[in-house]
Design a protein around this ligand. Sequence first.
Ligand SMILES: CC(C)(COP(=O)(O)OP(=O)(O)OC[C@H]1O[C@@H](n2cnc3c(N)ncnc32)[C@H](O)[C@@H]1OP(=O)(O)O)[C@@H](O)C(=O)NCCC(=O)NCCS
Length: 196
Amino acid sequence: MAAVVDALRAFFAPTTFVIDAENPGDVVARENLLDRAMGPERRRKSSEKLRSGRLPAEGLAFVARDVDGHVIGTVRLWNVEAGVSREGHAVPALLLGPLAVDPAHEGKGIGGMLMRAAIEEAKNRGHGAILLVGDAAYYERFGFFASRTQHLVMPGPFERDRFLALELRDNWLEGTAGLIVASGRKLAMPPVRRAA
Ligand SMILES: CC(C)(COP(=O)(O)OP(=O)(O)OC[C@H]1O[C@@H](n2cnc3c(N)ncnc32)[C@H](O)[C@@H]1OP(=O)(O)O)[C@@H](O)C(=O)NCCC(=O)NCCS
């Protein structure tokens, strides 16, 4: 039903948009959009500790573009370990965020389209679960609930009722407990120059 509503919104919206893979030329526009949509406080979130210095999960960084190709929405997913299983193994998962839509284009179904594209591709790539910290009232429509994160902990302050998960594979998070840890590919740092 929500997919139908998204499609109707997109159909009647005054401008159309497409969901696309993010490319290196989108970085500046994406960062500007995040500052506009979320403000500078976004860099102080606990989720940021899991993203800082890392690349997004392979094939899981998306943008929404307007008809001229400008970035008007963004979502990325990140590799993490979601605590340990009952058997003591680290449980691989994804962390979603930030999700943001240009304030000038809110309410047209773009956020929903980004979420559905991200979830579908994560599933196609064989991932087991997606975690995020956000408003349950928004994310429940995509199947995210706090019940699956009860025994998991973010690396910093977080509100438990905003710590949500969607299982892409049955019972992927069943019995998992512990700290969320970054596990994605590290950003290549420029070589350090030594003084002559
Ligand atoms: C949240 C956000 C991504 C939604 O994008 P969008 O393109 O406007 O979303 P959609 O058009 O797909 O969906 C709009 C619906 O979501 C609802 N919605 C938006 N934000 C919501 C929120 N925080 N809580 C509950 N519902 C919310 C709208 O009221 C609307 O409801 P309706 O379907 O009953 O009319 C966008 O508002 C945004 O970028 N906000 C600022 C950044 C942010 O808060 N990101 C998410 C972190 S929790």
